[in-house]
Design a protein around this ligand. Structure first.
Ligand code: EPU
Length: 438
């Protein structure tokens, strides 16, 4: 198991390009299953989670190929090529998402909608627990049932059937924590091939859902209201294969922005869409970090002393839960008290105890954390627990005095491609070593 050794403090400077979005790529790869034939996706990042999904799609009977020539090799600015991924969904032999794959990545559940629509039957292992808390799929199932699917659970598997096809319906998809991203993806994908019109109220508005809807329309679907909480889907008889480029990863972009801020550096973050990140830019500017739009991205410049600010995570366009941990690391070094409230995953605070090991002063109160800023963080051995918590520890390690050791960095490889090489090109001092505490 790999370990990071991070020497700090450093001041980052230079240019980094953001890769394609993981959370847009995963449902879009699932959408390819709706159309018989070969589809090509541009910009799907090389990540552990994407490899797991490739494995899942391949075992359905759909060969998946990665372009070999140079894709995956970072260019001068750290951007990792324009990788091509081809999925041949000509036939689907086995519409099953087995436990062994789903347990590695719960996003596997987004094959439910497309396989049900295309094959009339699908079996997917129920996703289990997750480091960021309880993650039910009741809303996915509710939406699919309203489209006419018969669903039952057997031996830990969801079995969904619609032998006579799906039928459009009006569906309210909001839950106790607001909209659901992958639930919206599943129901929208299923509805593209349903008979008649489907309306999804309280649909997720995340840019990744917009990207999926645009991709579906490029395949011949009829989705409107894209980007709003009311999606209308007029079913069509079939979809066709597509060539489609996924959007840049706004969470990776935000992580690099915080990297510039926490090290008091100046970084040009390229290939990022600031329009998708207004809540993040707003919080950064509020604490004194300069964010200026520049070319296809922005220049982020830190300041000597940060102001505190309160943050509440919310569905898009609110502040994203996937940047909560990284911002907590940043606010830990601000000049005063901040309050961070988690409204999407109330237990997503695994990083709190680890950051406190690095001399942060964080106090958890229910689904909130009171962050009392300290003058400096101090290096310590810490443990990565989930993807974004690990990113927060890397950020803290670059700002802390001394050598921080991060165990279990496989968590970060799930969502950030060669993060240490790309940060090192900006002036970080991170080495990856084999071994470490299990
Ligand atoms: N929820 C329900 N019932 C459901 C589905 C969700 O109650 O059937 C609740 C969840 O428990 C949570 C809230 O609704 O409280 C929102 O969850 P959502 O369904 O939107 O999460 P998701 O679709 O499973 C995606 C991302 C997550 C990201 C969340 C929220 C992917 C592959 N995953 O998950 O990304 O945190 O949306 O924005 O797109 C990450 O990349 O690190 C990550 C965890």
């Amino acid at each position: 198991m790999d370990v990071f050794q991070i020497e700090g403090p450093v001041r980052l400077s230079g240019h980094v390009d953001v890769n394609g979005s993981k959370n847009a790529s995963l449902p879009i790869m699932a959408a390819m299953l709706l159309a018989p034939g070969r589809s090509t996706l541009i910009g799907v990042p090389h990540l552990a989670d994407i490899s797991v999904f490739q494995e899942l799609i391949a075992q359905l009977g759909c060969p998946v190929e990665r372009q070999a020539d140079g894709a995956g090799t970072p260019n001068a600015t750290g951007r990792v090529g324009e990788p091509l991924l081809t999925i041949d969904a000509t036939k689907i032999d086995n519409p099953v998402g087995p436990y062994d794959i789903v347990r590695k990545m719960r996003a596997s559940v987004c094959i439910l909608g497309p396989l049900l629509a295309r094959c009339g039957r699908v079996e997917v292992s129920m996703p289990g627990g997750c480091a960021i808390g309880d993650r039910p799929i009741d809303l996915h199932l509710l939406g699919l049932r309203q489209l006419g699917a018969q669903i039952h659970l057997k031996s830990g598997y969801v079995i969904a059937e619609a032998p006579k096809g799906l039928k459009g319906a009006s569906i309210f998809l909001g839950g106790p924590f607001g909209s659901t991203v992958l639930g919206t993806a599943n129901v929208m994908m299923a509805a593209t091939l349903a008979k008649g019109r489907t309306i999804i109220e309280s649909a997720a508005c995340e840019p990744e859902i917009t990207d999926l809807a645009n991709c579906l329309n490029a395949m011949g679907a009829r989705v409107s209201g894209i980007g709003s909480p009311r999606l209308t889907i007029d079913g069509v008889s079939h979809l066709h294969p597509v060539q489609y480029r996924v959007i840049p990863d706004r969470i990776e972009a935000g992580t690099f922005m915080v990297a510039a801020a926490i090290t008091g550096g100046q970084v040009h973050v390229g290939h990022c869409r600031l329009d998708d990140m207004m809540a993040v830019v707003d919080r950064l500017r509020n604490i004194g970090v300069s964010v200026e739009s520049n070319g296809d991205g922005c220049v982020v410049a830190g300041t000597r002393r940060l102001e505190p600010v309160d943050i509440t995570t919310q569905p898009y366009p609110g502040f994203p839960t996937d940047l909560q941990a990284q911002f907590m690391a940043l606010l830990a070094t601000a000049d005063g008290n901040s309050i961070v409230v988690e409204k999407i995953f109330p237990d997503r605070f695994m990083h709190v105890a680890e950051l406190n090991r690095m001399a942060a002063n964080l106090r958890k109160e229910g689904a909130a954390v009171i962050v009392a800023g300290v003058k400096k963080l101090i290096a310590a051995p810490v443990m990565a627990s989930d993807l974004r918590a690990s990113a927060a520890l890397v950020l803290a390690g670059m700002a802390a005095e001394g050598i921080t050791t991060i165990n279990r960095v496989y968590h970060i490889d799930r969502g950030y491609e060669r993060i240490e090489e790309r940060l090192n090109r900006l002036g970080a001092k991170i080495t990856r070593e084999e071994g470490g505490t299990v």
